[in-house]
Design a protein around this ligand. Structure first.
Ligand code: SF4
Length: 324
């Protein structure tokens, strides 16, 4: 990990996870702070510059930790769909990422009071089975060697049968377990999209091969063709991508597939445009529908249907989940 500066909330020093993280970054400069918002929510931050020298903020999360799934997220057919926010921001730097419009800072926040997340989940489980996307506002698997948050969710899944957890990633992580109620969701994009828009992520060939190995280990694996990005030769690019996946992955053994064209809340898009005036993805002339910015309806439909048709050659339609 490339963090050279770590801000630590005073009260976070009392948590063993703080010590574990600091031990793994012995050369980093540690700065004690009162509250993470004093640093993270400061006005007039240069978020693009921060991404080049990302700082880590270690904090304790008060208030809501588990949230009802947002309309732009896919529930994958699950009832009681929630997402957890145990980290804010991501070690990767995707140009299209909604986090750029959501947060005023590019620094990463890691919350260390994981037992609070555990008790929140247990409280909600009293109402019935639940599905938690644990890696929405970050990439927990990429960060796991430093923070152990993915391990925490695996432990939660192991000890709570009625909890289903999705861990989504753009890393080529080695999956060595096959916990039945953990879904490893590998996002795959054409090489052109990865090269142009998904800075610091693993090459797509490495993600596909990691997904294939995870399946061979008996793990539940989801492939996410989401977001589909409109690059000039998008049809050929997605044809190549699906072929590459099918060459290495036995689609019959996939849990399911998710497909979704790029979309972002109009409010986040406005903030993203202000912070990134040179971003091609931010400045595309999207159509705003119900507060969500998306491609023109015909293009959006064409892209989604095209990718679904490619996938239907390898997997049943009932296992393909789309956003709208
Ligand atoms: S991997 Fe996901 S969360 Fe991380 S920067 Fe890319 S889109 Fe955002």
């Amino acid at each position: 990990m490339r963090f050279t500066h770590i801000y630590v909330e005073e009260r976070a020093f009392a948590y063993p996870l703080t010590e574990q993280i600091l031990t793994k970054l012995p050369d980093a400069h540690v700065i004690k702070i009162r509250h993470y918002k004093d640093v993270f929510d400061r006005k007039r931050q240069d978020a693009p510059a921060q991404k080049e020298h990302q700082a880590l903020i270690i904090a304790v999360r008060d208030g809501n930790r588990i949230f009802k799934g947002a309309p732009v997220c896919q529930s994958m057919g699950q009832k009681n769909f929630y997402y957890a926010s145990s980290m804010m921001n991501c070690p990767f730097d995707c140009e299209y990422c909604y986090l750029k419009g959501m947060y005023p800072s590019s620094n990463m926040v890691v919350f260390v009071n994981l037992e609070g997340y555990g008790s929140d989940v247990e409280e909600k489980l009293k109402e019935g089975p639940m599905y938690v996307c644990a890696s929405y506002d970050t990439d927990l698997l990429a960060m796991n060697p430093l923070t152990g948050h993915a391990d925490f969710w695996k432990e939660m899944a192991l000890t709570h049968d009625n909890l289903l957890v999705e861990l989504r990633t753009k890393a080529a992580v080695q999956v060595t377990d096959n916990i039945p109620n953990i879904i490893y969701a590998f996002t795959v994009s054409p090489e052109d999209v990865v090269g142009r828009f998904e800075k610091f992520t693993a090459p797509v060939s490495a993600r596909i091969s990691a997904a294939a190995k995870a399946i061979a280990n008996g793990a539940k694996v989801r492939l996410c063709f989401d977001p589909i990005i409109k690059i000039p030769e998008w049809k050929e690019a997605y044809e190549r991508l699906v072929s590459e996946c099918a060459e290495q992955i036995d689609f019959n053994k996939l849990t399911d597939v998710s497909v979704g064209t790029f979309r972002i809340s109009a409010d986040y898009l406005n903030k993203m445009r202000r912070a990134y005036p040179g971003s091609a993805t931010a400045w595309y002339p999207y159509v705003i529908k119900d507060g969500v910015a998306q491609y023109e309806p015909e293009t959006d439909k064409e892209m989604q249907e095209f990718v679904c048709a490619l996938l239907e050659k390898h997997i049943g339609r009932e296992k393909i989940f789309t956003w709208n």
